[in-house]
Ligand binder design. Sequence first.
Ligand code: ZN
Length: 153
Amino acid sequence: MNAELEELYQQVILDHSRRPRNKGDIPGAIHVHGDNPSCGDEIDLSVQFGPEGVVEDVKFTGAGCAISQASASMMTLKLKGKPRAEAEAMLRDFHDLVTTEVADPPKQLGDLRLLAGVRKFPQRVKCAMLAWRAFEQALQGAREPVTTEEAGS
Ligand code: ZN
């Protein structure tokens, strides 16, 4: 990747971490707290499922490194309005993206593809996956907190 592109990628990630989209709380929704102690990232995700499990609304609050907050912000943009099956597919695709060499990442991941570079840094994978682990938990309807420390990558 050339330096110019790399800078652009960083700008997108920094922009999301500084001005997170869908920041907030949804009263009465499923809440999952996630944390990544090795980096100090925390996230509180709320997910409102609609009829047939469609992701009606998703918001988060949190604090931590740019990767963890940008990943959460981009995730909410992508998941909002998605039918359950599509949201589950996106979770799998994103996990593959940050853990394995994917030659041609699925287009529907959009800007999330910018996070592919974290796969070279196992500690960063936990940052990038934090919000997604929380979402995975929300899909299961559980209210147990998640930690990417235990979940591994
Ligand atoms: Zn982090």
